[in-house]
Design a protein around this ligand. Structure first.
Ligand SMILES: Cc1cc2nc3c(=O)[nH]c(=O)nc-3n(C[C@H](O)[C@H](O)[C@H](O)COP(=O)(O)OP(=O)(O)OC[C@H]3O[C@@H](n4cnc5c(N)ncnc54)[C@H](O)[C@@H]3O)c2cc1C
Ligand SMILES: *[C@@H]1O[C@H](CO)[C@@H](O)[C@H](O)[C@H]1NC(C)=O
Ligand SMILES: *[C@@H]1O[C@H](CO)[C@@H](O)[C@H](O)[C@H]1NC(C)=O
Ligand SMILES: *[C@@H]1O[C@H](CO)[C@@H](O)[C@H](O)[C@H]1NC(C)=O
Length: 803
């Protein structure tokens, strides 16, 4: 023991650094296994369960030579005991979530035919069998059976600790030493360890608290945890410890202070220790404690109270959901339409919004209930923008996050707003004594399922809903269900990339926020006091405690809407005018090709805009309508392009200006990913469509084709000089489709500029100038050809005339 002790101490701090690659490799594997669950998801576990789902093909890669020890459940999905055991195993996985780098959980379904051989190779004779595999197991290692399997998380946890303790060399590098410490080790502790805090947990010999807290904190830097046995009399007497368990912070020179917790138990120690100054999750920047994070965003920081709900977040979530997320669905019908109706009707009933917002939601709700079995987003958008100008109704445009602010643009914000919104709705359904306890939850489920941009999140949420939502039978259990599932998500995401270091994912509310919500069982296991938690939730999310800071006043909101309306009208007028002119031009257009060439060229000389318009029109198969557009700069906003083409509706909502400087539209990275994929898909489809059309359009004549090619931005024949730029341009374009998709847009809005959107892509200034360059080049080309042909014609005429 003593031998292990000395070495293990340094092992704790050094070996993690020595083996980062191995840890990284196994982490990558775990991620891979979690992200491709489809092949094995038929079993008892899903990707949401934090259990590595093994199959014949992955078992070797995961088990052999892993830097973490592994606990593997071999089960058959038809076996009743396995089914009964699965919730225990799942909850064990949540419980041991922070231990993953040292010991991870996996499962394999032996009733899958392909897995049968694997299970037989591991000597499995009955189900469920749980085996412990040491770190760096060799191929062919059979693991140690955890005997007398008892379906209890505490029992299993203690067994796993026992297995870890008897783990020989090589020790899992991420696993801290688990044996009790001694005076001798403490004396030299700060000489050999570069940590800020040393937590000592004084406990009886049989207690597991010290080892559990040690493992709970293994992913955190600047802190080490050791257990001291009550039998270590020298130390106990010297420090005057009388209570077991109890936790003390030990500093160089022998300074010692007691850690203050509500209850002397594992959950409370772990929570308090993680929040000590300087203690950070490995690999995360330290949180900023003074409230305002370092200026990592371009937006001014709005100071807020972390234990309050803000209406600004709820309205921002509504804006984002209705104007951005739904906009990705040009046509809404069937199940999706039902989901939308349900969502809006729940909002109308329970959203504790301001009068203007409620009026708008009501008008949308009324309209939805009258419409047929299919709507286009354009129609919905007109309702959202209140183009019918019903009085005193508006949905504030743009986002203004307050409680959902983040230290970086890709964190928190919209998903945070969605959670907050639905918590508020469940609480309001409770307050209003809704007749259907599942009303809000089913609305949330179907909204998330059909529309929530983060598809993986939607899948996870659907898994949770399938598992237990049907058990909700009262309004209070609905509030508690959403709360506890949200905590499950928090548990899963703690330490993940989407965690904002300034807002760590915790089991919410913390013991600091709601001391009475937390309690322990006789054996020291943490338990929620559900009654107290419910009381807390009802008050926390109650409309009377929602703060209205940072909101524009209702009259301002209406005024902004009115301004937009005026702009829209003007735009419409301009379009009509333009169309008339165009029609007049069209009617006198002769059909001879030679003259047509000249016409085309004249149009080119008018300026580049028209060509863009023409291209847009042909692309969408609506040449006439599109040609009537005044300029491409007045193109409808991002989301209208593709929709319009498909639904073939006239453009009313043409231009859009958002002066609101706070209008930053951002997403969590995962949401982003989804939109990226969508945007790329859409762009790809469009390019495809375009190239098809280009082939069709090749007939009309050389000049026209040139124009097409130019517009397609695909630098082709006759445009060699552009070729070099094309690669770069393309890259820029792609960047915008991805990273810049929303930020770029926000950037332009913030400057209060007209937004130009073509093909549902926000164009940057660089793109625009490249466009202009391209067009100038094409004009020169055309001019050259025109002169060439004209010359030739003249020559021919001369020739014809001369004989
Ligand atoms: C339905 C849904 C599913 C999601 N699934 C995933 C996923 O699978 N993977 C992924 O990476 N991200 C997922 N997300 C996003 C993720 O849950 C967070 O919303 C996001 O990471 C932002 O986190 P946050 O720190 O702002 O806190 P959030 O978790 O968004 O919480 C917002 C606020 O609600 C309060 N709160 C926290 N916990 C609770 C609770 N248990 N009960 C009541 N209130 C609470 C806190 O005040 C917190 O600041 C999902 C979001 C939603 C809405
Ligand atoms: C196991 O990992 C170690 C260190 O990463 C490596 O040297 C060794 O070759 C690996 N063994 C096998 C069988 O993959
Ligand atoms: C952060 O920087 C932006 C512009 O760079 C500025 O507008 C904003 O006020 C700054 N925020 C803080 C909190 O300093
Ligand atoms: C934040 O809100 C809580 C709950 O209402 C309140 O007790 C606390 O004083 C507030 N904090 C600040 C800094 O205003």
């Amino acid at each position: 023991m003593a031998r292990r002790c000395g070495r293990a101490t340094s092992r704790f701090t050094n070996e993690i650094q020595k083996c980062p690659q191995k840890i990284a490799i196994s982490a990558v594997w775990i991620c891979l296994c979690l992200s491709f669950p489809s092949t094995v998801e038929a079993g008892l576990y899903t990707a949401s369960d934090q259990v590595i789902l093994l199959s014949r093909d992955t078992v070797g890669k995961v088990l052999v030579n892993s830097s973490a020890a592994l606990v593997v459940e071999f089960y058959a999905s038809w076996c009743g005991h396995c089914v009964a055991f699965s919730p225990v195993y799942r909850s064990l996985a949540r419980d041991l979530k922070e231990w993953k780098p040292a010991v991870d959980l996996a499962a394999i379904d032996c009733s899958e035919r392909v897995n049968l051989k694997v299970c037989s190779d591991y000597n499995i004779r009955g189900y469920p069998t749980v085996k412990f595999f040491r770190a760096y197991s060799k191929p062919g290692a059979l693991g140690h059976i955890i005997k007398d399997l008892y379906p209890d998380t505490v029992w299993l946890r203690h067994n796993i600790i026992a297995q870890l303790e008897s783990h020989g060399e090589p020790w899992p590098p991420a696993c801290p030493p688990l044996e009790p410490t001694s005076q001798a080790e403490l004396d030299s502790f700060f000489e050999t360890n570069n940590v800020q805090h040393l937590a000592l947990i004084f406990e009886e010999d049989g207690s597991y608290v010290g080892r559990e807290v040690t493992l709970d904190l293994l992913q955190f830097e600047n802190i080490a945890v050791r257990r001291v046995l009550s039998s270590e009399k020298g130390l106990v007497n010297k420090l005057g410890v009388t209570e077991f368990p109890s936790c003390y912070l030990y500093y160089p020179g022998g300074n010692i202070t007691r850690l203050k917790v509500n209850i002397e138990a594992r959950a409370f120690y772990s929570f308090a220790l993680k929040r000590l100054p300087g203690v950070v999750r490995s690999g995360k920047p330290p949180p900023v404690t003074n409230g305002a994070p370092i200026n990592r965003t371009v937006e001014p920081w709005r100071p807020f109270n972390k234990s309050r709900v803000y209406m600004a977040d709820l309205e921002s979530a509504l804006h984002y959901s209705l104007r951005m997320e739904l906009a990705l669905h040009p046509v809404i019908r069937g199940e999706a339409l039902t989901a939308l109706k349900k969502y809006i009707s729940v909002l109308v009933k329970y959203f504790p919004g301001r009068t203007v917002v409620m009026n708008l939601l009501r008008s949308v709700d009324t309209w939805l209930n009258q419409c047929g079995d299919e709507i286009s987003y354009d129609e919905l958008k007109e309702k959202l923008e209140n183009t019918a100008e019903s009085s005193n109704a508006a949905l504030p445009d743009g986002v203004r996050w307050v409680g959902c602010q983040s230290s970086q643009p890709h964190l928190r914000r919209y998903p945070c707003g969605v959670w907050t919104l639905f918590h508020v709705l469940t609480v309001q359904a409770y307050n209003n004594e809704s007749t259907d306890p599942l009303e809000v939850l089913t609305a949330m489920r179907s909204y998330v399922h059909n529309f929530f941009g983060c598809r993986l999140c939607a899948e996870h949420f659907e898994n949770m809903a399938k598992e237990s939502m049907s058990e909700v039978n009262t309004l209070s259990t609905a509030v508690l269900w959403l709360w506890s599932r949200h905590n499950r998500v928090n548990n899963r995401l703690a330490g993940a990339l989407t965690e904002d270091p300034d807002f760590p994912k915790i089991q919410w509310p913390s013991p600091v926020m709601c001391p009475s919500c937390h309690t322990v069982r006789a054996d020291g296991e943490h338990r929620w006091n559900k009654e107290q938690a419910l009381r807390f939730l009802l008050s926390y999310f109650s409309p009377s405690s929602i703060l209205t800071d940072y909101l524009e006043s209702e009259s301002q909101v209406l005024e902004i809407q009115k301004q937009k309306q005026i702009i829209r009208q003007q735009n419409l007028e301009a379009q009509k005018h333009e169309r008339k002119i165009r029609e007049a031009v069209d009617s006198i257009k002769p059909s001879q090709p030679a003259v047509q060439e000249e016409e085309e060229e004249e149009e080119e000389e008018e300026g580049p805009q028209d060509a863009v318009v023409a291209d847009m029109g042909e692309e969408g198969g609506e040449a006439a309508e599109m040609e009537a557009k005044p300029t491409p700069w007045a193109r409808p906003d991002v989301n209208i392009g593709p929709r319009r083409r498909r639904t073939g509706r006239p453009s009313i909502v043409g231009m859009k200006m958002r002066e609101v400087p706070e209008d930053i539209v951002d997403l969590d990275s995962f949401v982003n990913e989804h939109y990226k994929a969508k945007a790329l898909q859409m762009a790809a489809a469009r390019v495809k469509q375009r190239s098809l059309q280009r082939k069709e359009e090749q007939e009309p004549g050389p000049v026209f084709r040139l124009g097409m090619e130019l517009d397609a931005g695909l630098g082709m024949v006759g445009l060699q000089p552009v070729d070099a730029n094309f690669e770069q341009r393309n890259r820029l374009h792609k960047r915008e489709l991805t990273d810049g998709y929303f930020e770029e847009e926000a950037e332009m809005n913030r400057r209060g500029r007209w937004r130009m959107s073509v093909l549902s892509i926000g164009f940057s200034e660089l793109d625009i100038s490249l466009c202009v360059i391209l067009y100038s080049l094409s004009c020169m080309c055309l001019l050259a050809m025109y002169l060439f042909f004209k010359n030739r014609l003249r020559l021919r005429r001369v020739k014809v005339a001369s004989p």
